[in-house]
Design a protein around this ligand. Structure first.
Ligand code: NGQ
Ligand code: ZN
Length: 453
């Protein structure tokens, strides 16, 4: 007989919608039964007022947590995504596997604290400081795997294939020397990672051709064929990228991708900011998930996603914390909606008539995030017991029921509403703090002292 746990929630978000008096039975970390309308809570059940499935964070570069707030000084020129990227390349130049482990653990603890229970780690830092292969070519990926194991967050690991500095196979630059592979070396990395990923509970392995700038068409096809799982790619984030793609191919990036790759529900199109209406409709119809990262897209000056056309065509989306400049599940969803309000000078954009925006955002990002990360995100039998409880005493949640609970969390309370977070039935966050935060934060500060000295 395995480990059994019982929970009772006054209100919980189940696959069919909000339910009251929900009894949850967890066996060995997996949901064994979930019953709505249960009678009085059993005396052996742990009781919480409000529970939701944990949110997938579909796009993270964990190491960038270490430079959060260090690229916000006006350099006097025309600061842009591209000048930020130079700052990021300088930061990356000194990172060791130990540094990466410490920074990623900090980021993952913070993700859990705000309600993310799975991270899609789009990981491209593979080679050592000088650009040579590590003795173990998976050393940096294993630092990510260890950080996930240590913090308890579920991992979809997306090792990145990166080979070029621009469209048409341009040679990689000096700042990119730590990212590079050929297809054979990349396939060997995936092989090396299968066992460690297998050993990490609920972990998934996918592939990530970095962007159309960093791979040739032949490499893109070869890389996408290496796994049956998720395929993630950055696309159409910056206007310059659209212009360069047009100059190279005569087509825009999303258009080119849909014309030349077998884009389907395995794919996550990260950002997809700059799309024509036609591209947005085709992208939606492909079944690919749009990987939206509103905080980072605002921070880097990317632009605003064409949500209206994409959603009208049935498009799926999820959210990611990307650069980790600020890690907060509620704020990603809030900013996603607020970007649309600011652009269109209207309110309540991302929900159909009659529906709560917060609830629609949360449920959409659960479904899209689950698809993009190749793992379920719902309180349903057979799934890992990964859930978030909200603090029912928070003023912004007073007297809220059903869909309005998500509105209270996402639009009013923010991260302060998160009370507990569980993964496989283990409580990882209490009163909004990761159980191991003090130790992880102390190590993080020491590592930053070394790195920024
Ligand atoms: C990245 N980040 O890979 O970290 C990128 C910047 C690039 C975002 N696109 C580098 N947000 O795209 O070339
Ligand atoms: Zn990214």
């Amino acid at each position: 007989m395995g480990r059994e746990q019982r929970f009772h929630f006054d209100q919980a978000l189940l696959p069919g919608g909000w339910a009251v008096d929900v009894a949850l039975l967890v066996r060995d970390g997996l949901v064994a039964a979930v019953d709505a309308g249960a009678a009085a809570p059993r005396t052996d059940a742990e009781r919480h007022a409000i529970a939701l499935p944990g949110l997938p964070n579909l796009h993270s570069h964990a190491f960038q947590r270490g430079m959060a707030g260090l690229a916000e000084v006006n350099l006097g020129g025309d600061d842009s995504f591209w000048s930020w990227r130079e700052t990021m390349y300088r930061f990356v130049a000194r990172l060791t596997p130990d540094h990466l482990h410490a920074i990623a653990a900090m980021a993952y603890a913070e993700m859990l604290e705000t309600g993310f229970t799975r991270v899609g780690e789009f990981h491209y830092l593979h080679r050592d400081i000088g650009g040579a292969a590590f003795d173990d070519p998976a050393a940096m990926s294993l630092a990510i795997v260890e950080a996930a194991a240590e913090t308890g967050i579920a991992l979809t690991h997306l090792p990145v294939f990166y080979a070029h500095s621009g469209f048409g196979g341009a040679a990689a630059g000096e700042g990119q020397r730590r990212f590079l592979h050929d297809v054979d070396g990349y396939a060997a990395l995936l092989d090396r990672l299968r066992q460690p990923i297998e050993a990490l509970p609920d972990a998934v392995l996918g592939v990530a051709p970095h962007s159309l700038r960093a791979v040739t068409p032949e490499e893109l096809a070869a890389v996408a064929a290496l796994v049956g799982g998720p395929v993630h790619i950055h696309v159409a984030e910056q206007v310059k990228e659209v212009e360069d793609c047009l100059a190279w191919s005569g087509a825009r990036p999303v258009e080119w991708l849909l014309d030349h790759a077998a884009v389907d529900a395995r794919w996550c199109l990260v950002h997809a900011t700059h799309m024509t209406d036609g591209e947005a409709r085709r992208a939606a119809a492909s079944g690919a998930v749009a990987g939206l990262c509103p905080i980072t897209e605002a921070n880097l000056g990317d632009g605003i996603f064409p949500a209206e056309v994409f959603l009208a065509a049935g498009g799926a989306y999820g959210v990611g914390s990307d650069s980790n400049i600020l890690i907060d599940a509620s704020e990603e969803l809030r900013l996603l909606e607020y970007g649309q309000r600011l652009a269109h000078r209207r309110r309540n954009r991302l929900a159909p008539p009659g529906a709560s925006v917060g609830d629609t955002l949360y449920r959409s990002a659960l479904a899209g995030g689950a698809r993009a990360l190749g793992a379920p995100a719902a309180l349903a039998v057979g799934n890992p017991a990964d859930f978030v409880t909200l603090d029912a005493d928070h003023p912004s949640l007073a007297e809220r029921r059903e869909g309005l609970l998500a509105d209270g969390w996402l639009f009013a309370a923010g991260r302060q509403a998160v009370d507990g977070v569980w993964r496989r039935g283990h409580r990882l966050v209490t009163a909004g703090r990761h159980v191991d935060r003090a130790r992880i934060a102390a190590r993080y500060r020491r590592i930053l002292g070394e790195l920024l000295a």
